[in-house]
Design a binder for this molecule. Sequence first.
Ligand code: SAH
Length: 243
Amino acid sequence: MSFTATVLTLYPEMFPGPLGVSLAGRAHAAGTWSMNAVQIRDFATDKHRTVDDTPAGGGAGMVLKPDVLARAIDHARGLSPDAPVLAMTPRGRPISQARIRELAAGPGVTIVCGRFEGFDERIFDGREVEEVSVGDIVLSGGEPAALMVLDACIRLLPGVMGAAWSGVEESFESGLLEYPHYTRPVTWEGRTIPEVLRSGDHAKIAAWRKQRAEDDTRLRRPDLWDRHGDGRVRSASGARQED
Ligand code: SAH
């Protein structure tokens, strides 16, 4: 059964967009995943097809109406009953590779894209919706965030990536950044590939890579490193050990 991506958006013409080319595009053509881009405006009921209104309490911008959103979400549930519903918002839980793996292993995902100032908060009470952020940045709409989440899921679907193992060693999969890569020429503008990578000694290469992954994570992403360290000193029950 193929992975179903349903996106609720005011700009359905943005999909599949970049997911229509390269790896994801070939997988789409092969039927590994399918795409429903649903126009939120189709669920407005007035003659002007209104989807937004001014913020309660005043202030700039417009807010997406909960009644219209709810009808769009209910329609999406009909299309893809078992897919979790994610709403893209900077107020959400930051997406992680672990969550992407869970989503990719499931039947698909339904993604609600915000615009303007975002969603009427009551939608998160009224419907089962997971609030997801793609990082501490502010986009003009949820569509690029949805493309990002879908891209990350699609590359993990069976058969999409050429080499099956290339998904395993990557950044975040072990809680670390990946080690750095090099390719020919051996010398470029006076800079050479680290000697060890040319040694043919696989044990030494593996040790070098492990060391670089750890060093780079510690220096570049102390937040990841702290969590990684926590993982190592936690017992299977999740309780912290004394030593
Ligand atoms: N007023 C909001 C930002 C609205 S940006 C706030 O300050 O929190 C408009 C829309 O872009 C949002 O509704 C959301 O769907 C999308 N968006 C912006 N930044 C995002 C991010 N970091 N992650 C996920 N979606 C984001």
